[in-house]
Design a binder for this molecule. Structure first.
Ligand code: RIB
Length: 313
């Protein structure tokens, strides 16, 4: 097994409007427009690579300018690309970013919806023994499930970033997950889906650690949950005992301050760099991986854009 991260997920061409305030229904706004590479999968692959890990990216692309852009960027960044050719346009996203760096995103899945389990698992089998396999939810659920099951069967660490929030995440998928990295919205959605709790996302950061830990344990009994909380850092919940039988704990990791211009892709920066750290130095304490990823994600918010905002370490 090598210190490689394999990311299976989406590539999107992001169409971005910077506006003073996010649009409300019926509004027509003036904003400045730009376009750039994105997609949660690609952003995470770029973060993993730029934070130091050998990286494989498995995705589906159309036959268009977006696909050429994805190939060129993988070449430039040294990411090993395995792309299925889809009979659909490459994925797109429309993004509004306000003056505080907050965003609203609409996705057109396009080719991402055509990434099938057989292609993804074959690509993983052809990669150089990845130590960590990372997936999100912008590709079909059966593909995500197959990829996580492949990781578990091959002895790799299976990491799931359950984004965007999706009510249909099945238990069998969580059963294959070693590390889960939701933000507060995704965490609240998972709690509701699995009948654990009904909580408003904005209440999650202020909840006491004991309650969060209990809910994390109910959601992922044998795995680690890292809830990302934006500027408040993150909350970590380990299984009650680790592999050596030692008692484990729940704890918070604060985020360093940042001059935020754009939070788009900050969660991707976190998951990608967390996996990079886990793959490169697997024996280090988990908390050090989380500290590394928290700092990396904070830096990613200081530049505009998604994949291209990922810092180089
Ligand atoms: O997480 C940010 C990403 O979400 C954007 O790059 C957009 O493409 C959507 O996938």
């Amino acid at each position: 097994m090598t210190g490689t991260v394999a990311v299976v997920g989406s590539f999107n061409v992001d169409h971005v409007w910077r506006v003073d305030a996010l649009p409300v229904p019926g509004a027509t706004l003036a904003g400045s427009y730009s376009t750039g590479p994105g997609g949660k999968g690609f952003n995470q692959a770029v973060a993993a690579r730029r934070s130091g890990a050998a990286t494989v990216f498995v995705c589906a692309l159309g036959n268009d300018a977006g696909a050429h852009q994805a190939r060129a960027l993988c070449d430039t960044d040294g990411i090993e690309l395995h792309a299925a050719r889809a009979d659909a346009p490459t994925g797109t996203a429309g993004i509004y970013v306000d003056a505080k760096g907050t965003n609203t995103i609409v996705i057109g899945a396009g080719a991402n919806a055509a990434l099938d389990p057989a292609f993804a698992c074959k690509a993983l089998a052809g990669a150089d023994g990845p130590r960590v396999v990372l997936a999100q939810l912008e590709t079909p659920m059966e593909t995500v499930a197959a990829v996580l099951a492949w990781a578990m069967a091959s002895g790799a660490l299976a990491v799931l970033n359950p984004a965007p929030a999706n009510a249909d995440v099945p238990v069998r998928l969580l059963e294959c997950t070693g590390v889960l990295t939701p933000n507060e919205t995704e965490f609240a959605a998972l709690l509701a889906t699995h009948g654990i709790a009904d909580i408003a996302p904005d209440r999650v950061p202020a909840l006491d650690d004991a309650r969060l830990h209990a809910w994390c344990r109910a959601l992922l009994p044998r795995g680690t949950v890292v809830i990302t909380l934006g500027a408040a850092g993150c909350f970590v919940s380990h299984p009650d005992t680790d592999a050596k039988g030692d008692a484990c704990a729940a704890y918070r990791v604060p985020a360093p301050s940042a001059r935020v211009v754009d939070t788009t892709g900050a969660g991707d920066a976190f998951s990608g760099s967390l996996c990079s750290s886990l793959a490169r130095t697997p024996v280090a304490p988990f908390r050090t991986h989380v500290e590394f990823a928290t700092a990396y994600a904070a830096r990613s918010t200081e530049a505009f854009g998604a994949a291209l905002a990922m810092p180089r370490t």
